[in-house]
Write a protein that binds this ligand. Structure first.
Ligand SMILES: [Zn+2]
Length: 66
């Protein structure tokens, strides 16, 4: 039998920032990271990139709205 019990939980892949490639310290996204699901796959942004991303979204919304 080559089936082994692995401690790895489903979906516990290494979390990496989708923008700058920074790896999460514990392998899981800290609460300060933002997570978005696109096409069924998760995309994480570190807190710095999330902030920049949110600003970009807000400014884009702003110019769209006005
Ligand atoms: Zn980042």
């Amino acid at each position: 039998m080559d089936e082994e019990t692995q401690p790895v939980q489903p979906g516990a892949e290494h979390v990496v920032c989708a923008r700058c490639g920074t790896a999460a310290p514990d392998g899981t996204a800290p609460p300060t990271w933002s997570c978005s699901v696109e096409n069924g796959s998760r995309h994480y942004l570190c807190d710095d990139c999330a902030r920049a991303h949110i600003r970009a979204i807000e400014s884009r919304l702003d110019s769209t709205w006005w």
